[in-house]
Design a protein around this ligand. Sequence first.
Ligand code: PGA
Length: 250
Amino acid sequence: MRKKIVVGNWKMNKTVAEATDLAAAILEKLDDGAVACEVGIAPPFPALTEVGNVIEKSAVGLVAQNCHFEDDGAYTGEVSVNMLASLGCSCVIIGHSERRQYFGETNQTVNLRLKKALDKGMQVIMCVGETLEERESGVTEKVVTEQVREGLKDVSDLGDVVLAYEPVWAIGTGKTATPEQAEEVHASIRSTISDMYGEVAAGQIRVQYGGSVKPSNAAELFAKPNIDGGLIGGASLKADDFVAIVKAAS
Ligand code: PGA
């Protein structure tokens, strides 16, 4: 039985003070004992330390939104895995569609970042998903399969890997994939993993759904056999909504 995982991706929102307040509000509403899934929050880099202090003694994990693939050096504006680990991050999101769309991230750079994070012992959430144009031209499965295969190239152990299927057309748009649409892609991702790593690994890897998950649609999505939780953007900025989604996964 795969343990569901729900992570709040705060994106470029919240000052340090606001982030600290939000983390505290989430903890207050989240009754740790009643939560049966893995939970993480991904504040922006400047808030990692303070948010880390707030959640330190809780079951909520500290997640980063990106990392670089080199250990250190002349990479202005970038953040290394060692730096994130030194702040208490245990997990990092790689290849979010906004990174791919606005910051030139490719399957190859996703693969480099992923391998570096895994080498350093960090859990990785690797995001994949098709654009509206790709969905409408019928290439969803092909695009997503390629993202999975190329993103995981030369990775032998999936123990610390979580995948997130996030159709680009559903992110921040209010348009959620129907549970059936999502399930279809999740099943295809699992079958790609089975081809690459065998049935046991395919049965163990968790595949989150992301894209306009809300308290009103979370339970229905998470009830699908191949959907193992969610990567939550907009709704993770409201403590009540995020906690309701976590409870839907528990
Ligand atoms: P959304 O974002 O929930 O605001 O659609 C999801 C994500 O980008 O991870």
